[in-house]
Design a protein around this ligand. Structure first.
Ligand code: F6R
Length: 239
């Protein structure tokens, strides 16, 4: 389903309420998070709702769709750290309520992460942002559509974003990321994609109206039966 809203703020609000619905539905399973510039304001709205009217978070379980390899805890550039700062602490959650990939130990970390998610009943709602090249999580163009969690060499565009947003110096720049795969994302019961801005309008049109192809990872979402696209008018302008 596609919902087109007037403004980016309306997209963030609608996404926050979808998160709330999943958080409060009492059903087993995890809420999967992305940590980009689109999801930051969504998380902020969730914490504002919680601050105004605290709700029961005892059964809440969340995970991150991806993280950079080797960024230590405490560094805001890390996706896990952003999950901690943006949601875990403001909502008063325990560390056990949040699954994050172990990006320091072992080649089997992706597989272990995938299994840990399965053991908690899988992902009931995966929230995604959309990269300008069509990536979801760190599944960049060319990622096999049947991929499970894996390590990935980060493209220059992602390193440039890290440098711009978090002033990460070259010597501390990660070269690898760990991401749930496209198949792992497709196993989620429901998926929400939040996209704002004219610079992603062509990507949105290709993902929703173009062929399903590894060259446009988000196009695979056409094959999922419960996807909600929340778009502002600019992101939807080429549909
Ligand atoms: C980050 C992630 C990425 C972002 C995507 C869009 O955890 O999974 O796929 O969602 O790069 O990022 P923004 O929202 O910053 O444009």
């Amino acid at each position: 389903m596609i919902r087109i809203l007037d403004t980016p703020e309306a997209v963030y609000r609608a996404a926050a309420w979808q998160w709330m619905k999943a958080a409060l539905d009492g059903a087993p399973g995890i809420i999967g998070l992305a940590t980009g510039t689109t999801t930051t304001p969504i998380h902020k709205i969730i914490t504002e709702l919680y601050a105004a009217q605290p709700f029961d978070t005892a059964r809440l379980s969340m995970c991150a769709v991806d993280d950079y390899v080797g960024i230590p805890e405490g560094n805001i550039a890390g996706c896990g750290e952003r999950v901690r700062r943006q949601l875990v602490r403001p909502l008063g959650l325990s560390a056990e309520q949040v699954l994050l990939p172990d990006t320091f130990h072992g080649e089997d970390a992706p597989e272990k992460y995938e299994r840990a998610i399965e053991a908690r009943g899988g992902i009931k709602l995966q929230i995604l942002g959309l990269g300008r090249d069509g990536h979801i999580g760190f599944n960049y163009p060319g990622t096999p559509l049947n991929s499970t969690a894996h390590n990935v060499t980060l493209p220059q565009s992602t390193k440039d974003t890290l440098k711009r947003l978090y002033a990460l110096p070259e010597e501390r720049m990660p070269t690898l990321g760990l991401t749930l795969g496209i198949r792992s994302i497709m196993m989620s019961k429901a998926i929400l994609v939040a996209v704002t801005g004219r610079d992603k309008a062509q990507t949105v049109a290709d993902a929703l109206r173009g062929p399903v192809s590894e060259r446009m990872p988000a196009s695979v979402l056409q094959l999922h039966r419960d996807v909600l696209w929340l778009l502002d008018e600019e992101a939807a302008s080429l549909l």
